[in-house]
Design a protein around this ligand. Structure first.
Ligand SMILES: NC(=O)c1ccc[n+]([C@@H]2O[C@H](COP(=O)([O-])OP(=O)(O)OC[C@H]3O[C@@H](n4cnc5c(N)ncnc54)[C@H](O)[C@@H]3O)[C@@H](O)[C@H]2O)c1
Length: 282
């Protein structure tokens, strides 16, 4: 069991990638605090974990609200002890529209959940990790934080903010043995993806997550990623576990290679993030 003795808080764990990760972490031995704004969602995830013999608690939490986040952390500490893993995954897609037509409410809501929520998660968990002698944080960014996606000014700004905040947190807390990474998934088949497509089936292989991705655009991506991924606990989730299992004296921040590949496909100016070997700092 690669995550034995770990206490993991996973936000947005009532659905999609958060739920899959919570189940996978529990199977790998972590005690999991399953947090989500949806009470039904967290209860269903915990039921699934318990049925597989794992340990988990269901916590209703709106990640954009300070009181909720403080309560989520306190309840985890009380039940399982200090969190050593935090997956800041909760997020919404928001209402899609071009910038000049976007309502200020829609903008504020996405920033509150997708960016402030990640900030609050780190703010209230990090002191426990420092006391515990270390930990691992994974923030959920997106390919949208690296490229321009029409109709998603709020979403892209929030995810770019998550990438920036991840870098800062990694630099600030590396000395406390806390690793901070973010991941930048492309299109993943989850309830969010289905909502964005308004229920339409994904296009085969050359699928796009939004109607604003034309097949011409997608065809510029490397062949290996011209597809929608699923949330099966597969190889990519294995890489995820790598970021959360014990690797003392090593802190890493980087975006996933998938995102880097996308960036490369979209622009001749490839954003060079440290590769896995070069980014391990002691
Ligand atoms: N699906 C994709 O293609 C994709 C791609 C890149 C990034 N992402 C990001 O991955 C994360 C998970 O998305 P998903 O695709 O699994 O979607 P999802 O809708 O299946 O899951 C998101 C979960 O977050 C929860 N949530 C929403 N607002 C919340 C709040 N205020 N407080 C707590 N929980 C809240 C929802 O209830 C839901 O359970 C999001 O941050 C999303 O932006 C998704």
């Amino acid at each position: 069991m690669r995550l034995a003795n770990k206490v993991a808080i996973i936000t947005g764990a009532g659905s999609g990638m958060g739920r899959t990760t919570a189940i996978l972490f529990a199977i790998e031995g972590a005690k999991v605090a399953v947090a989500d704004i949806s009470q039904q969602g967290v209860e269903e995830t915990v039921k699934e974990i318990t049925a597989k013999g794992g340990q988990a608690i269901a916590l209703r939490c709106d990640v954009s609200k300070t009181d909720d986040v403080e309560r989520m952390v306190a309840a985890t500490v009380e039940r399982f002890g200090p969190p050593t893993v935090l997956y800041n995954n909760a997020g919404i897609e928001g209402e899609a529209s071009y910038l000049s037509k976007m309502s200020e409410e829609a903008f504020d809501q996405v920033i509150a959940i997708n960016l402030r929520g990640v900030f609050l998660g780190m703010k209230y968990v990090i002191p426990h990790m420092v006391k515990a002698g270390g930990g691992s944080i994974v923030n959920q960014a997106s390919i949208a934080g690296l490229i321009g996606i029409p109709g998603g000014a709020h979403y892209a700004a929030a995810k770019a903010g998550v990438i920036a905040m991840t870098r800062v947190a990694a630099v600030e807390y590396g000395r406390y043995n806390i690793r901070v990474n973010c991941i930048c998934p492309g299109a993943i088949e989850t309830p969010m993806a289905v909502r964005i497509r308004k229920g339409a089936p994904p296009l085969s292989r050359c699928a796009s997550i939004t109607s604003t991705f034309t097949s011409k655009t997608v065809s510029r991506a490397p062949p290996s990623i011209r597809r929608i991924s699923t949330t099966r606990p597969d190889a990519s989730k294995g890489r995820f576990i790598f970021r959360c299992r014990p690797t003392p004296r090593c802190r890493v921040w980087r975006c996933t290679s998938t995102a880097i590949s996308w960036k490369a496909a979209w622009s001749s100016a490839i954003m060079v993030e440290p590769s896995s070997s070069r980014s391990s700092r002691r």
